[in-house]
Design a protein around this ligand. Structure first.
Ligand code: GEK
Length: 241
């Protein structure tokens, strides 16, 4: 795995974070060392797929990056006739994703789509995954995407929504942000790397509170939602059609 050293040296001018070739090359290492509980989230996506994938249905991985959640679902699915549709708008991510899929021995078919997740038709879906992707969609466009996902879900279908989250209470927010930064330091990132990455993500990754997410899921028509995982300022929710 190539080590992420993108922010190891001072950048004279910090550009907004983008999922380009440079990021793709180190992404597997970057996400694992940046998102506390990422590995567990993937393991449980396999478990949730085992429980909720329906016979002859589609499972969607929206913002698939290197296909980690896609492969987790592929190995969790217990039903016949399933297909996984993995979508990303970064061509370099999809190119590398294809390499991982080709090296994998699962037999559930996977279709890779180079598209904006806001333009993808969602239909006949039993499981939809947004694993740390909604946070990159403009806030005022999030509800429409969630509505389309809900409409594309079959009865008893579910959405897994993982996000970096914020806390309305400033004290709580500060405490969890600090713990996240200590986590990153424990993973070998320097103070400079942590602060330059934070700056690059400003206005690119827009985190909201769990309360805001659950309220929006309700607004989008989901009958119920619950937080099934949280580690510091990262959480994952399960929403039911
Ligand atoms: C994982 N789910 O490893 N349309 C399509 N793709 C998008 C869009 C969009 N509008 N916006 C962002 N992306 C993965 C991790 S990473 C999360 C997901 C992170 C894509 C973007 O190109 C990137 O690959 C992914 O969403 C977000 O389980 O880096 O924090």
């Amino acid at each position: 795995m190539t080590q992420d050293r993108i922010y190891a040296n001072p950048h004279a001018e910090l550009q907004g974070f983008r999922f380009d070739d440079k990021v793709t090359r180190v992404f597997a290492d970057m996400i694992q060392r940046s998102v506390p509980g990422y590995g567990l989230t993937l393991q449980m996506i396999a478990v949730i797929a085992a429980q909720y994938a329906q016979k002859n249905s589609c499972l969607y991985d929206l913002g698939c990056s290197l296909g980690a959640a896609t492969l987790a679902m592929r190995h969790g699915i217990q039903q016949a006739g399933c297909e996984i549709i993995a979508v990303d708008n970064s061509q370099s991510m999809l190119d590398k994703c294809l390499e991982y899929i080709n090296a994998d021995d699962g037999d559930v078919p996977i279709v890779l789509k180079h598209a904006d997740i806001q333009d993808v038709v969602i239909e006949n879906a039993s499981v939809v995954v947004l694993n740390f992707t909604l946070q990159f969609i403009p806030v005022d466009e999030r509800v429409n995407l969630l509505k389309r996902i809900r409409e594309g879900l079959k009865p008893n279908g579910v959405l897994i929504l993982s996000e970096k989250v914020s806390f309305d209470d400033l004290g709580k927010n500060e405490r969890q942000t600090q713990l996240h930064e200590v986590f990153k330091r424990s993973q070998g990132y320097s103070e400079l790397e942590v602060s330059q990455k934070r700056q690059a993500l400003e206005n690119v990754l827009l985190a909201e509170s769990l309360e805001t997410h659950h309220a929006r899921l309700k607004q989008a028509g989901f009958s119920d939602s619950q937080t099934w995982f949280q580690c510091f300022n990262f959480a994952s929710m399960l929403a039911f059609k």
